[in-house]
Design a protein around this ligand. Structure first.
Ligand SMILES: [Zn+2]
Length: 247
């Protein structure tokens, strides 16, 4: 199973950067997880728009879904328009971004499959497990498994025992870590820190940890150092273009 990071910024894309976006491939199937702001130009530097087999979304904030719009446009605005793109998301998570566009055909470019956080379902060769994780809007933690390997992704989430359960023994925990050590009041309980997700990775017995969704301006080295105080296995910080081959 291969993970390619398209972006790892939280909130908004900084100069030259991109928000959450991850291409996960197995046996020739390409699953795009969270097409956040500015991820599609990076995606299209790797594959054609019609090479994406499905999209899976953690929650409806635009730094996680906005670029489904240019992806659908890229699939439509060509001589041989692509097939409908299956998009798996919580109910109503995609409604606002899909309503952005007045291209009449765009509505038919996407086939939305709503799931409830807590459900398990297949997407191509992948087995998906989900859990509701605490955030300011409904958010699904996702465990994506194939070939005996798994990536567990938090979307955006405050600390939760449900994440520890979902990520038990996972090969890679890809975890939102907007902040370094402490989550400011106001976002307490709905976003996370590198220090805390390290603790959750350790409790889950994750084989390795990748920090993502860092607030622009955060020094990745500070985040990695904070997580290393609570998690002793390998820690990386999501950067556009990073590739992880799990085996
Ligand atoms: Zn969010």
């Amino acid at each position: 199973m291969r993970l390619t990071v398209l972006g790892g910024a939280g909130g908004y894309p900084p100069a030259g950067g991109a928000c959450s976006g991850y291409l996960i491939e197995f046996a020739g199937y390409r699953l795009l997880v969270d097409p956040g702001y500015a991820t599609v130009p990076r995606l299209l530097s790797i594959v054609d728009p019609d090479a994406i087999d499905a999209v899976l979304v953690s929650h409806g904030h635009p730094d996680h879904v906005a670029d489904i719009n240019p992806l659908l446009r890229a699939r439509l605005m060509r001589d041989d328009a692509s097939a409908r793109l299956p998009a798996y998301a919580l109910p109503d998570a995609l409604g606002p971004v899909l309503a952005l566009d007045q291209i009449r055909a765009l509505a038919g470019a996407c086939e939305v499959h709503a799931f409830a956080a807590g459900e398990a379902f297949p997407i191509g060769p992948f087995a998906i497990e989900s859990r509701p994780l605490p955030h300011s809007i409904p958010n699904a933690g996702l465990r994506i498994s194939a070939g005996g390997l798994s990536i567990t992704y938090t979307g955006d989430a405050g600390p939760s025992d449900d994440l520890v359960d979902l990520a038990g023994g996972t090969d890679l925990l890809l975890a939102e870590a907007t902040y370094v050590e402490a989550v400011p009041s106001g976002n307490d309980g709905v976003l996370n820190s590198a220090l805390e997700v390290g603790r959750q990775a350790r409790r889950a017995g994750a084989a390795r940890l990748m920090l993502t969704h860092l607030l622009p301006g955060t020094d990745p080295a500070h985040s990695r150092t904070a997580a290393s105080r609570t998690f002793s296995e390998r820690i990386d910080v999501a950067a556009p273009g990073a590739i992880v081959d799990l085996s």
